[in-house]
Design a protein around this ligand. Sequence first.
Ligand code: HPA
Ligand code: ZN
Length: 338
Amino acid sequence: MADLAAFIQGMPKAELHIHIEGSLEPEMMLALARRNGVTLRYASEAALRAAYRFGNLQDFLDLYYEGMSVLRQEQDFYDLAMAYLRRAAGQNVRHAEIFFDPQGHTSRGVAFKIVIDGLWRALEDAERQLGMTTGLILCFLRHLDEADADKTLDHALPWRDRLIGVGLDSSEKGNPPSRFQRVFARARELGLKAVAHAGEEGPPQYVREALDLLRVDRIDHGNRALEDDELTRRLVRERMPLTVCPLSNLRLCGVPSLDVHPLERMLQLGLRATVNSDDPAYFGGYVGENYLAVQQALGLDRAEIVTLARNGFEASFIDDALKRRYLAALDDYGRTAG
Ligand code: HPA
Ligand code: ZN
């Protein structure tokens, strides 16, 4: 296939693992810092980009929380989400399920309402103007305690209908899913879906806890599950989706290079892997760049690319009728494109 890059660009895609605060590009970060009178340690785009060298997840998170401190007003959250949604639509992302980290904002005195109103207005405009579908997933920060997560879920109750699910993110090592069993049970009783970052840096046991104790519908990342054959067989058997983020894994040193990334092995094992961008402004690419990078590094063929995209729609939280529509559009594209 001569031009897999064009094929990937035009392919209808779903994105299921994107932290909206991780789509804050340096240019917007500096503009919002000026608009809101926030002082950053970095004075220019070049200085910021030069700081985007991470040895592990925590190195990144330190900068990620500092970066999001420029977000203060409803309009900031709107601008942030709209910029992501426009870029995603430009790469033919038809459906996006978007994480946000309310505790990263409420802890700085920004009210939950400001965050959710800004994001929600952008999602509504994107659905109308860009013809895509969207959903919001509230993530709990796992370096904080369960009482803080509980309080955050309380804050969200008036806007329950704006959420499709809850997630668990931030520093994984030493913060096992077991610490958040009760708040996840509460969220599930509210009818919310559940996802959790597990096996990004943490051991296979954390993936097991996410399944057994949090009863998740998807695992975010999940790479380290492959260290455990019995767990891997279970994930295959249960058709558990994994939201894999190749460029993130590379930039956070989860893999030394993309040609040894486990994505192809995941597909060969029959795991339901999907491709996502995680924090595109920090990791060097949006979902299209992630597809292209693994296609090139692993030599994926067109059928494998389409399988990854199909997994994305199948693993999404949209209703079955819409899912069938997206899958039919993808099949059509696979048959007729290029
Ligand atoms: N892992 C954990 N927490 C995060 C990430 C991630 O990749 N991005 C934003 N919060
Ligand atoms: Zn993530």
